[in-house]
Design a protein around this ligand. Structure first.
Ligand code: DGJ
Length: 344
């Protein structure tokens, strides 16, 4: 009898513990620390981007899970991999507490010819909402295991939480595309920024009005500067870019730039990171710059701290931006909260 009572107490205790963990309410950002979702499970959305739609934020990212290995073809440059699972989506009203909305674009399990087959590369998803077509359009880096395909892929959905239907991929404007992002301007026009020409030079391509393909107009910028991980935002009429150097999963000094027009000229501003390990982007890399909808002028650096030997244990670096007379900075904080005191 006693044993049964003990078992019941143990079961109730375990259930309660699980639910207390699930109910954890995050009240501050803790860059680099494990960040759990509303179920108490670590958030799995790497190399991602966000979308604000109907008073809700959505965070899309690469699902990194399972064993990390180095394919023979990537051995020379340390290109470790996990099997691709697909693209995740989380939703939140406060940017701190995220609900897992599931896998909105799954990898393909059984057809090795398919571009989204689990052995291939699916990275850096970014989603835009097209006001005219009322579609959610996802752009992403689609590649072969050895990163030689260098394509940008597109998927489309009627809902921010998917499912997304894969449309296909291409080399935008006939040029290589690896690390990429998309940027939607105030006038509804959207642009693809991608590391092109063997990652040496960035291309900025105008997208068609439905955002589904390049419109045919593009420029080459930051020639031979080997920039990856582009993140773009607009503040007080100026366009800003943050990016990394090109060193695989290894961290490096971030880059930043400003322009009065998306078509340039783009002026480089240097590494915007400030604080310990700023010279290596706090052991991380840019993924996105998030405009806080409720606080115009507030932007958050969304970065990844990759663990190249256990990619599933990669972490996130979310840090507030600070504007300066010349441009912007990303100062380190062990912890921080919104709203921020106004900068400029
Ligand atoms: C650096 C890129 O920024 C990442 O997205 C990923 O492609 C790694 N290289 C792979 O080594």
């Amino acid at each position: 009898m006693k044993a049964i009572r003990r078992l019941i107490v143990l079961l109730i205790g375990t259930w309660l513990l699980g639910h207390v963990a699930a109910a954890t309410n995050h009240v501050e950002f803790k860059p680099g620390q494990i960040w759990t979702d509303t179920d108490g499970v670590p958030i799995n959305a790497h190399g991602g981007g966000t979308l604000f739609h109907n008073q809700m934020y959505y965070w899309y990212g690469e699902i990194k899970t399972g064993k990390t290995w180095t394919p023979e073809c990537n051995r020379s440059w340390g290109g470790t991999r996990v099997e691709s699972v697909g693209i995740s989506c989380y939703s939140s009203k406060d940017l701190l507490n995220w609900k897992n909305e599931g896998t909105v674009l799954p990898a393909v399990q059984d057809n090795p010819q398919h571009e989204l087959h689990k052995r291939k590369v699916l990275e850096r998803p970014k989603v835009l909402f097209n006001q005219t077509t009322r579609k959610f359009v996802m752009w992403m880096h689609v590649d072969s295991e050895d990163y030689q395909l260098a394509h940008a892929g597109v998927a489309i959905s009627d809902s921010p939480i998917g499912p997304f239907r894969y449309v296909g991929s291409s080399r935008p404007d006939g040029a290589m595309s690896r690390d990429m992002t998309v940027f939607q301007d105030d006038d509804g026009k959207a642009y693809l920024f991608s590391s092109s020409e063997s990652n040496a030079t960035m291309h900025i391509s105008l997208l068609t009005d439905d955002y589904l393909q390049p419109a045919g107009k593009f420029i080459r910028v930051f020639e031979k500067r080997f920039m990856e991980a582009p993140a773009v935002f607009k503040h007080q009429g100026r366009y800003y870019l943050m990016a990394s150097d090109c060193t695989g999963w290894q961290p490096n000094a971030a880059r930043s730039a400003v322009a009065d027009s998306i078509w340039g000229p783009w002026q480089e501003l240097g590494n915007p990171c400030r604080g310990p390990e700023a010279a290596i982007t706090f052991r991380g890399q840019s993924a996105y710059i998030l405009p806080v909808a409720e606080q115009p002028g507030t932007f958050i650096f969304v970065g990844d701290r990759w663990n190249q030997f256990d990619l599933a244990d990669s972490r996130y670096l979310w840090l507030p931006l600070r504007f300066t007379a010349q441009g912007f900075e990303v100062p380190w904080h062990d912890t921080w909260r919104l709203p921020l005191a106004a900068t400029r």
